[in-house]
Design a binder for this molecule. Structure first.
Ligand code: SF4
Ligand code: SF4
Length: 173
């Protein structure tokens, strides 16, 4: 349930979602972004669901998710696990240790590190390690959020790709 009052959009409660205007959706989506938050939907974060949701629209290839984060504008980074980092190290002709030394520890996950944004692997308008990029990059604008041992889908609304997907879900299409 979206707390529309929190965003000064209580009037939308009186309007069925399928009558919302583009402006209504934009106001809501902008509110999430200014709040540094992303709506969490009642869908499990698993490969099948992610694939189906991502197929609802398309990436505009703007590269913004490699440069900044809609979720934590103060500490923009992406999370990468040990195996992912080993693959990246191999791809970039360095060692896991040398690569890790450039990254920061994840505050909660012991074996994960964070690649600060703008990402060091973004150059010439594209990801230079695409085939070994961390899973979080491949599922963006969708991310997993744990709640009582279940991972749910959160939709980042910083780009039109995420907005299209969330709009589709809100409309119950
Ligand atoms: S996922 Fe979104 S932010 Fe990232 S490149 Fe695609 S459209 Fe841009
Ligand atoms: S690893 Fe590639 S896709 Fe992921 S943030 Fe860096 S440049 Fe973007």
């Amino acid at each position: 349930m979206i707390d529309l009052d929190k965003y000064g959009l209580g009037y939308l409660k009186m309007k069925p979602v399928n009558t919302w205007t583009d402006d209504d959706f934009t106001k809501l989506f902008d509110s999430f972004v200014s709040d540094n938050s992303a709506p969490i939907v009642d869908i499990s974060f698993n490969n099948q669901n992610i694939e189906a949701l991502l197929a609802l629209s398309h990436c505009r290839q703007c590269g913004n998710c490699c440069k900044t984060s809609a979720i934590d504008g103060n500490n923009p980074s992406i999370i990468a696990g040990q195996e992912e980092l080993k693959a990246i190290a191999k791809k970039t002709n360095t060692t896991y240790e040398q690569l890790s030394a450039k990254l920061v520890k994840h505050p909660m996950k012991k074996d994960a590190l964070c690649i600060s944004l703008p990402c060091m692997f973004y150059a010439d308008g594209q990801c230079q390690i695409y085939d070994v990029s961390p899973k979080v990059c491949n599922t963006y604008p969708l991310t997993g959020v744990m709640n009582e041992d279940v991972s749910y889908v959160a939709i980042n609304l910083g780009c039109d790709y995420g907005r299209d997907i969330y709009k589709w879900l809100l409309k119950g299409a």
